[in-house]
Design a binder for this molecule. Structure first.
Ligand SMILES: [Zn+2]
Ligand SMILES: [Zn+2]
Length: 91
């Protein structure tokens, strides 16, 4: 628990992840819990639940028509096409 002082002893990829929430994308087979917003994958539901709190905290796109919020432009465009096709005509 005390490797705050000179620790030349951390090699990569062993022990617990130092950066929880940062999981490199791997196969879905071992990580069935996928964030619907950003596509990040988790092996355990609790990891996904924790991630979703962060993920939902960084919306930067808001639908001008209904106010729904999105993290990704492609999701927003998809929403516009599905829900408000009349609003997409000229932008
Ligand atoms: Zn996410
Ligand atoms: Zn909308």
């Amino acid at each position: 628990m005390a490797y705050s002082d000179t620790g030349p002893y951390y090699s990569t990829g062993y022990g617990q992840a130092s950066n929880a929430g940062e999981v490199p994308p791997t196969t879905t087979a071992t990580k069935p819990h996928v964030c619907a917003r950003c596509g990040r994958q988790y092996a355990h539901a609790r990891g996904l639940i924790r991630h979703r709190k962060q993920c939902e905290g960084r919306y930067d796109i808001t639908c001008l028509v209904c106010g729904k919020m999105f993290t990704r432009t492609d999701k927003y465009k998809q929403h516009m096409n599905n829900k408000h096709p009349e609003a997409v005509v000229t932008m």
